[in-house]
Ligand binder design. Structure first.
Ligand code: ADP
Ligand code: ADP
Length: 223
């Protein structure tokens, strides 16, 4: 069952220097609960694709449909930078989204406590972001996102700011948290080995804008 169905999606940036085609005629489906990765070289349109899905830039051509949802999903978005606020403690960062959305209910705060315990960040609740390692910061950013109970998680190169060894540890760790949460996830990365190690399915975007070359399915069996 398709969770998201992308058809004929194209995007061109218009700037004073001219036109840059970023995506051309993209088609793919995402399935409910899967963790899919889109890989491709820098400049092939990965960020543009996520921004279109998130509604951060307007749709020019093509369609994005959620055939089984009555309304658009609530989307969680994670970027390369964790965007933690340095003057807030980790706990205060994690509840920031709930605060902004006026959703600081007892039930939601209990859920935050549960997430923080479950994912071993409770000990850092009163620390400030600068006191945490890069990997721990990304974990806090993920928990901040999950606190909003998204139906759909978009990850744009979430590990590329980390050094190589940290990235290996953290990406597995974060993928595990996402799998446990069961949320449908789309990761974009230029790192094939990262995609192989953490996703269920890989969609390869070609160098020419929007040229999908192949779709590889990786079966993890019962992990
Ligand atoms: P990726 O995430 O795969 O590196 P992007 O989606 O960032 O690719 O970019 C796709 C193409 O669109 C590139 O040629 C890039 O330079 C161009 N592009 C991206 N954002 C903008 C923008 N805001 N204005 C103009 N061109 C852009
Ligand atoms: P990515 O890591 O996805 O490749 P980039 O470093 O290419 O991202 O782009 C960073 C930011 O710059 C993005 O917000 C993107 O929209 C913007 N950008 C990228 N290419 C261009 C461009 N040619 N003209 C204007 N803005 C751009």
């Amino acid at each position: 069952n398709a969770f998201l169905s992308v058809r004929g999606l194209s995007h061109t940036y218009h700037t004073k220097n001219g036109e840059t085609p970023a995506l051309k005629d993209i088609h793919f489906d995402l399935f409910t609960g899967e963790f899919a990765a889109i890989i491709g070289p820098s400049g092939c349109g990965k960020s543009t694709l996520l921004e279109l899905i998130a509604g951060l830039i307007p749709l020019q051509k093509g369609s994005l449909r959620y055939p089984f949802l009555n309304q658009p999903p609530s989307i969680g978005y994670m970027l390369q930078k964790d965007h933690l606020l340095e003057y807030r403690t980790i706990y205060k960062n994690i509840i920031l989204g709930l605060e902004i959305q006026h959703r600081l209910t007892e039930k939601n705060l209990e859920y935050v406590q549960k997430l923080m315990r479950q994912y071993d960040i409770a000990d850092f609740a009163d620390s400030y972001p600068r006191e945490l390692s890069g990997g721990m910061r990304q974990r806090a950013a993920l928990i901040r996102t999950l606190a909003l109970k998204p139906d759909f998680l978009l990850l744009d190169e979430p590990f590329s700011a980390l050094d190589y060894q940290t990235r290996l540890d953290v990406s597995d760790d974060i993928a595990k948290i996402i799998r446990q949460s069961g949320v449908t996830t789309l990761l974009v990365t230029h790192d094939l080995s990262e995609a192989i190690s953490i996703s269920d399915r890989i969609i390869v975007l070609g160098k020419r804008p929007g040229h999908i070359r192949s779709i590889i399915t990786i079966d993890f069996g019962s992990e």
